[in-house]
Design a protein around this ligand. Sequence first.
Ligand SMILES: NC(=O)c1ccc[n+]([C@@H]2O[C@H](COP(=O)([O-])OP(=O)(O)OC[C@H]3O[C@@H](n4cnc5c(N)ncnc54)[C@H](O)[C@@H]3O)[C@@H](O)[C@H]2O)c1
Length: 367
Amino acid sequence: MIDLQVSVPGGDYPVRIEAGLLTQAGGLVEEVHDGHRGLVVMDENVREAHGDTLLSSFGSSWQLARHDLVATEHNKRIETVASIYESSLRAGLDRGSLVIGCGGGITGDVAGFAAASFLRGIDLVLVPTTLLAMVDASVGGKTGVNLLLPDGRGVGKNLAGAFWQPRAVLVDPLVLSTLPTRDVRCGLAECIKHGIISDPGLLEMIAADRESILAVDPDTITALVERAVKVKVSVVQQDEREAGGRASLNLGHTFAHAIEPLDMLDLRHGEAVAIGLVAAATCSHRLGRVDGSMVEQTRNLLEAVGLPTRLSHPVPIADLVAAMRFDKKTRDGQIRLVLPGPRGVEIVDDVPEADVHAAWLAVGAAD
Ligand SMILES: NC(=O)c1ccc[n+]([C@@H]2O[C@H](COP(=O)([O-])OP(=O)(O)OC[C@H]3O[C@@H](n4cnc5c(N)ncnc54)[C@H](O)[C@@H]3O)[C@@H](O)[C@H]2O)c1
């Protein structure tokens, strides 16, 4: 079993990776948590194929209740957290109890926020079931929900939440056997982001192994998850609460968060990130921070694994720039972007609007 340790002020915990690990989940949980009462917040799309395997791995001393979740961005909201509180009360959870989040990034973010706030915080274990959640969302302690923006401006991503580290992250690559290929690709968008941040070899691995990754071959997925998680662990260990370097993980995300909520584009988070990575690279090139080949390499790799790099509809740039101002990095109304550059990926203040505009044009937005 691969065992990667995360060590941050909010807690030390393992990310354990092994094909078939779900059958041992109960025992692994007992290594990090003392109680025997918990609530399993489970993605409805995971329940049928993997729910019983997870639940039956817990011994008879456990009292586990289940809260099923329809994992959509629409449901990633405070009312869903409130309904998890209600399930927690019905199940008699106390301060010694546990929340287990079993699903993709939406399930982990919502279950994590419920665990962070119920009784002012109880233990959390995450069992990610999408590639995206394995390599990114379940590691690092960010939890939260979306908020509705004022004046009918749509959805603001992840605008309420908390940092709350899990006690363990349990990764079983076999659960990806039921994940639609579209969602496997979404996970690859975050892996490519990690490669750009600090591991060019990861980009080579994705290019070379893309067929077996998309076929969710367990050995290839294990190697990919291990390598991508190492990037995430190294970033969050240096900066748990995003005071500085952790912002690099937001590469492409200020662009992505502006397009992800638009129904007409029908983009999953990872797809929006893919387009955002191209926009960020283009913006960086305009600012003279990277050369044109970096933009091309990024676009080519994303397209090689089947991810979108352009908008399917020409959304007006003015609307997208207005949405970007609700990004959490904005200060005094000034858009700040996370961009690649000669010293690695970093926050850039005062990006001229003309360059943001050009970046949007390059991914198919309308003047
Ligand atoms: N907390 C963080 O640090 C962090 C980092 C990156 C992304 N995120 C968040 O993660 C979310 C995206 O995560 P995601 O891509 O995992 O989306 P998701 O949770 O919506 O899962 C994608 C789809 O796959 C289904 N699914 C999940 N596991 C499955 C399985 N094994 N078999 C079949 N179907 C399965 C889900 O029901 C859903 O339809 C976004 O809300 C994003 O903001 C959080």
